[in-house]
Design a binder for this molecule. Structure first.
Ligand SMILES: NC(=O)c1ccc[n+]([C@@H]2O[C@H](COP(=O)([O-])OP(=O)(O)OC[C@H]3O[C@@H](n4cnc5c(N)ncnc54)[C@H](O)[C@@H]3O)[C@@H](O)[C@H]2O)c1
Ligand SMILES: [Zn+2]
Length: 340
């Protein structure tokens, strides 16, 4: 059995002898990945590659809360109680006062978006295109605005997600399925492409029907088969990534924060090489960004809009229905907060 949930926060009940940074009663947020804080990778700000928790038998990086065997099968946070391995390092104590929502996204969404924007490295006065306006894309737009990126263009298929991004100052391009968003982005950028592009879509990309079929198959299969399928079908799920590559300008930067799982995913190497594209990617390293993010969360004006971000709040026992709603993007669902 797997217990899901990799974005937890809560109150400390009990601590082990090595966890000297927290005590019972503290309100803490846990980074989605589990890291030790003292290995070579942790010392290089790469907690997502922690050498103490790496899932070596799967050839993967640091273990994550609430995933299958591929990521260490550590019981996750969609539960009333959670055992926290490596607690001397992970938990981030948050101040008394503001509501939980102010800090909840510090576990994953905001540091991920922060890393995406940092890796995108948009030059002064430049344009950043963000593919995918789910939670990661939405916060990428917000963080980019906070960090002074002048022009942000958001791309998605879902009207309310486009609308939300517009409200925080992004220009938007709607991906309709018949049109080509790439052409619109070229038109918006003097035919040159965006200086930087973030792919915040990942393998859930809408594109060829084959992909959707395989996805349905994978989600219905027992977990062992699903794991194998996910590794194999990656090649069919790169439609957003390919569009992102085609709309980054020559000499620009591509920041891939959406997760890709294909073991042999073909990439347009000629285009990437000829356009001289820089690419950065990977799982987020939340702890590396906490000190930079925290002032925005404790600011009374809530500049990242954390408190109004959740579209739904449901008790734990209603989680199955909430998952379905989220997967089908029904009822304007963007972010669902589960309350045990
Ligand atoms: N690297 C990390 O550490 C990290 C952390 C968290 C999430 N992620 C990944 O980031 C990605 C986004 O996460 P999320 O929670 O925002 O997911 P999400 O599924 O809510 O958002 C993805 C969005 O992309 C849109 N989309 C689909 N195909 C598209 C296309 N071809 N062009 C433009 N938009 C398209 C969807 O409509 C959706 O709004 C996922 O792959 C997730 O696994 C990575
Ligand atoms: Zn480590």
């Amino acid at each position: 059995m797997d217990i899901l949930g990799h974005e937890p926060m809560g109150i400390v009940e009990e601590v082990g002898s090595e966890a000297k940074n927290i005590k019972a009663g503290d309100r803490v947020v846990l980074p989605s990945n589990i890291s030790c804080g003292h290995c070579f990778m942790c010392e290089h700000d790469l907690q997502s590659q922690c050498e103490t928790t790496q899932v070596r038998e799967q050839g993967k990086g640091a273990a994550l809360f609430g995933y299958t065997k591929l990521c260490g099968q550590v019981a996750g946070g969609q539960a009333e109680y959670l055992r926290v391995p490596q607690a001397q390092c992970g938990p981030i104590k948050v101040p008394e006062g503001p509501a939980d929502d102010r800090f909840l996204y510090l576990s994953d969404v905001i540091p991920t978006a922060w890393q995406a924007v940092k890796y995108a490295d948009t030059p002064k006065g430049g344009t950043l295109a963000v593919y995918g306006l789910g939670p990661i894309g939405q916060f990428s737009v917000r963080v980019a605005k906070q960090l002074g990126v002048e022009r942000v263009i958001g791309i998605d298929l879902v009207p309310e997600r486009l609308e939300l991004a517009r409200r925080i100052g992004a220009e938007t391009v709607e991906w309709t399925g018949d049109g080509d968003p790439a052409l619109e982005i070229m038109d918006l950028t003097d035919g040159r492409g965006a200086d930087s592009v973030i792919d915040a879509v990942g393998t859930e990309s809408h594109g060829a029907p084959v992909q959707q079929l395989m996805q349905t198959v994978a989600s219905r299969s027992p977990s062992a088969i699903a794991t194998k399928l996910i590794e194999k079908v990656g090649r069919d799920r790169t439609s957003a990534l390919h569009t992102a590559i085609s709309t980054v300008r020559r000499g620009g930067t591509l920041s891939i924060i959406g997760v890709y799982g294909g073991a042999a995913t073909p990439m347009p190497m000629m285009e990437l090489f000829d356009k001289q594209i820089q690419i950065r990617m990977g799982q987020a390293n939340p702890k590396s960004w906490v000190d930079e993010i925290m002032p925005l969360l404790t600011d009374d004006s809530d500049p990242l809009g954390t408190e109004s971000f959740a579209t739904h709040r449901v008790p734990l026992e209603d989680a199955p229905g909430a998952y379905e709603m989220f997967q089908k993007k029904q009822d304007g669902a963007i972010k669902v907060v589960l309350e045990p």
